[in-house]
Design a protein around this ligand. Structure first.
Ligand code: PHE
Length: 343
């Protein structure tokens, strides 16, 4: 059985149509119609199996020849068309090679990181090294060695994440790092800050996250007094908030410091006059601090009769919130560029 197809005729017709084509859309249509799976030539070649042996040879040869001729013509037409299109675009002026490129969005430091780096720089100038310590702690380091025995009511201040390994927890504050540095450096004097992530099993609200940064500070040596603590932290507040800002210390309680205090800075939003940010008090609480408790010094390897020290802990995200009047701590990890772009 011979197929009623005239390859000569097809070649002539389709190639004429191709010569007239000058745009890529028409070109693609041509390709589908004449080289696609249901195009006459390709479809005819698909019927080879139904032909007798004698017919198959000649028909196949002629068919493939025609297909190749169409393919070559298509390639040539494609090149010609894209050239023609470029020439046309250039003439129409739609391709302006002098136009500036598209700007790439630029990243920047996260607002919490910006505050952290300012804090590092201020303490570095006062001779404090940065000491990193682990996020995962034992109950002993997070509480026990910091003078918080089991069942002590002070534990209520830190809602804790426990792991499935007994006694292994996520640190609730950076204070266990104090014990690590002391044990590593003893009997050398110490002046370090310990920044890092802390974790508390709390309801997430505008004011509290289950994960947040703290920056701890620790100085241990001979003859370190409360005056050193106040002087250092006042100098820090002046460097961060401006030399005109007033500070005050209020007594407080932490099991690992004695005496303990909180430092407030004069509200820099209202200059101490009273506003919603400082809840009309004129003061903002920014950190907890105190003289290192003798039991803690001893747990770190230092003899409290010879050595003394001070420690402090602050929440850099809370400080960032105060500085930029950020109302919700959840913005820090929400990863919304509209928030991040503002800093
Ligand atoms: N660890 C305390 C807290 O998380 C802060 C603190 C650190 C207080 C060092 C005194 C000294 O609240």
């Amino acid at each position: 059985m011979t197929i009623a197809i005239d390859f000569d005729q097809i070649e002539r017709d389709t190639l004429t149509a191709l010569t007239a084509t000058t745009d890529s859309a028409t070109l693609q249509k041509w390709r589908i119609a004449n080289l696609g799976r249901s195009s006459p030539v390709v479809a005819a070649l698909g019927t080879l199996g139904t032909l007798s042996k004698e017919e198959r040879r000649a028909f196949g040869q002629r068919g493939n020849q025609a297909k190749q001729a169409l393919e070559q013509a298509f390639e040539a037409a494609a090149q010609r068309t894209s050239q023609a299109e470029l020439t046309r675009d250039l003439a129409a002026g739609s391709l302006d090679v002098t136009a500036p490129g598209r700007r790439r969005g630029r990243g920047r430091l996260h607002p919490a990181t910006q505050t952290l780096r300012r804090i590092y720089a201020i303490f570095a100038e006062m001779g404090f090294q940065i000491y990193r310590s682990r996020d995962v702690e034992t109950d002993e380091f997070n509480f026990g060695l910091l003078n918080i025995p089991p069942h002590h009511p002070a534990r209520d201040m830190w809602d804790t994440f426990y792991t499935t390994t007994p006694n292994v927890i996520l640190r609730t504050h950076t204070s266990p790092g104090q014990i690590h540095v002391m044990r590593e450096r003893c009997p050398e004097p110490i002046r370090v800050i310990l920044p890092g992530m802390c974790y508390r099993y709390e309801q997430i609200t505008a004011r509290s996250e289950i994960q947040f940064y703290q920056v701890e500070g620790l100085a241990v040596g001979r003859h370190i007094t409360m005056a050193d603590l106040k002087g250092t932290l006042t100098a820090f507040a002046h460097a961060l908030f401006g030399p005109q800002v007033r500070t005050r210390f209020r007594s407080d309680h932490f099991p690992f410091t004695e005496p303990s205090a909180e430092m407030d800075v004069e509200c820099f939003v209202c200059d101490g006059k009273g506003c919603p940010v400082c809840k009309q008090s004129g003061w903002l609480e920014i950190l907890g601090c105190g003289m290192v408790h003798p039991v803690v010094l001893e747990n770190g390897g230092y003899d409290p009769r010879e050595f003394s020290g001070f420690a402090f802990g602050m929440g850099p995200q809370r400080i960032t919130m105060l500085m930029h009047k950020i109302e919700d701590i959840r913005y820090f990890f929400a990863n919304d560029v509209r928030f991040l772009e503002q800093f």
